[in-house]
Design a protein around this ligand. Sequence first.
Ligand SMILES: NC(=O)c1ccc[n+]([C@@H]2O[C@H](COP(=O)([O-])OP(=O)(O)OC[C@H]3O[C@@H](n4cnc5c(N)ncnc54)[C@H](O)[C@@H]3O)[C@@H](O)[C@H]2O)c1
Length: 357
Amino acid sequence: MTTLNFALIGCGGITLQNHLPGLALCPEVKVTALCDAQPAVLEQARAQTGVGIVSTRFEDIVQRDDVHAVIIATPNAFHPPIALAAIAAGKHVLCEKPLALSRADAQAMADAADAAGVRHMTAFTYRFVPAMRYLTHLVRRGDLGQPYHYRSCRLQDWGTRNLGWRQVRKLAGSGELGDMLSHRIDFAHHLVGPMKRLVANVRQWHPTRGDAPNDLDDWVGILSEFQSGATGMLESSKLASGRNESWRSLDYVEVNGSEASFEFTTGKWNELQMGQLGGPGMKPVTIPREFWTWPGSPRDPGAGDPLVTFRYDQAWEFVDAIRSGRPAVPSFHDGARAQAVMEAAVRSAETRQWIDL
Ligand SMILES: NC(=O)c1ccc[n+]([C@@H]2O[C@H](COP(=O)([O-])OP(=O)(O)OC[C@H]3O[C@@H](n4cnc5c(N)ncnc54)[C@H](O)[C@@H]3O)[C@@H](O)[C@H]2O)c1
């Protein structure tokens, strides 16, 4: 096995929390280059990792012959130019969600990566929740029957604090929609197939956050129809006061089908609720151990906080796809499909109309 050299572009929160520890678990993988537009952040990352090659310019990093793959974890607006430059240089690319600010840009990334023959992956990290993996297995096995309804609800309490680039349209594209709901749009596609049409609303409650202007949504709701005929209800908010943040707050997914209903919350990573048609109601089902980690993952599911460490399997999936020369999941195409829904949701909210996808 030859060593795979990675460059990390954007050395902020998610790189430190997910990408570095995830890569560290993968055998024969080395982070050899770091890039961040802010010299102070770059220096801190260099000091923390001991990585020798650093630059504030992504152009310098993606063209290096000793870099085989890059992870892009910058504000959303920079994902397309960095990804396209990396793809043009023949690098495999794992890009954070949302892939882009528009459907067209996300699709261009997917098409360019396919044409170049490089591996591509969208960081829809919550696909790696063990309960989500087991639910996917049950749905694929037919336990749900015909899918009737998909429902997701992500409620957090972010108050009115300053969210930095996340509250600036030209950097983030959308607010809660791209930040949190994009993952749940991906779940919906993954579990019940592509959406066909939708009507949506977004709401901004706070035109300033901290001392800075906020020009993006704090809340989003989507009512959708899928190509299969199933219906969808998706809601996400940063303003569910008292609900706390991150994995301590509500992240709920439910599917109802002709044979059964299944439900999970990410906070209970190793448990599903299940009810059968005509049965007495929902009852807990423990997630079998083989679903606690991604296939082949070197991660010990007993090590660390399981609500954090499932995320590390994302790096493993990308590395394994590169080594095996197979498509990574979720791919840029999954990212582009979610982006199309996001774009339609914004248009629906603006025009107050149903939008066909
Ligand atoms: N998959 C997930 O669960 C998840 C979780 C959090 C964030 N994210 C995504 O990750 C991305 C980064 O989020 P974050 O929370 O780490 O943000 P962050 O602000 O903590 O870090 C982003 C970093 O990118 C740097 N940067 C900005 N422009 C750059 C450029 N042109 N070139 C190189 N570096 C640049 C910034 O200086 C900053 O250090 C976003 O797209 C976000 O949506 C995904």
